[in-house]
Design a protein around this ligand. Structure first.
Ligand code: URA
Ligand code: SF4
Length: 212
């Protein structure tokens, strides 16, 4: 089977990478998904934010973090004084993974697409794209949202519950931290805990806010 490397362009140029990733078939996720959702933002970005994988909305629009989790994240960026136009935002896995459920949407009549977590093979298959993005941007700081992104950079033993918010050097970037995934905050049913996680997300993001 072809790996992502066989789709990789020779140059580490974001537009070339994005165009090449459109054709990637290195894992089965490209089949049912609408399109590759590549990272978005300035090649000069000093801050890179990494999520897990596109959701239903992202799959349709073709851009990362434009659905409910993205709305919460945008709000947290505003609180932290971070302008989304100045950062680069991407995901560990570039295609939406889902199962179609029996129930259909009340308005569209289309089957509901239930998000599924990417497995280790899919994460491994997609890794060259993430590494190419990091190499092209060479960010001064990286924020990992959730365990999938955190473990992609810090290794499989990393636990967000233990080291959330700590700035830790990695081979990718000297200033890397992991924090809550906005979708995990949305899923939290305990209101007090949810509010605390939201505050922590804002606080962790503000670690890397550019202030003059
Ligand atoms: N969740 C993610 O991890 N990434 C997105 O782009 C959207 C939701
Ligand atoms: Fe390629 Fe990643 Fe999509 Fe798999 S998820 S087909 S590796 S771009």
């Amino acid at each position: 089977a072809e790996t992502a490397m066989s789709f990789m362009p020779a140059e580490l140029d974001l537009d070339a990478l994005r165009a090449a990733a459109r054709c990637c078939q290195a894992c089965p996720l490209h089949g049912p998904a609408t399109q590759t959702v590549f990272g978005q933002g300035s090649p000069d970005a000093r801050l890179m934010v990494i999520g897990e994988q596109p959701g239903d909305r992202e799959d349709i629009v073709g851009q990362p973090f434009v659905g409910p989790a993205g709305k919460l994240l945008d709000e947290a960026f505003r609180h932290a004084g971070i302008d989304r136009s100045e950062i680069y935002i991407t995901n560990v896995v570039k295609h939406f993974k889902f199962v179609e459920t029996e129930s259909t949407g009340a308005l569209t009549g289309a089957p509901h697409r239930l998000h599924k977590k990417p497995d280790s093979r899919e994460i491994f298959a997609c890794r060259p794209w993430l590494e190419a993005e990091i190499a092209a941007i060479r960010p001064a700081a990286i924020v990992c949202l959730g365990a999938t992104a955190a473990q992609a950079l810090f290794g499989r033993d990393f636990r967000i519950t233990r080291r959330r918010g700590d700035v830790i050097p990695t081979e990718w970037c000297m200033r890397t931290l992991a924090t809550w995934h906005p979708a995990a905050i949305l899923r939290m049913t305990d209101e007090v805990r949810r509010e605390q996680m939201l505050q922590q997300l804002r606080q962790d993001l503000s670690t890397f806010a550019i202030r003059d």
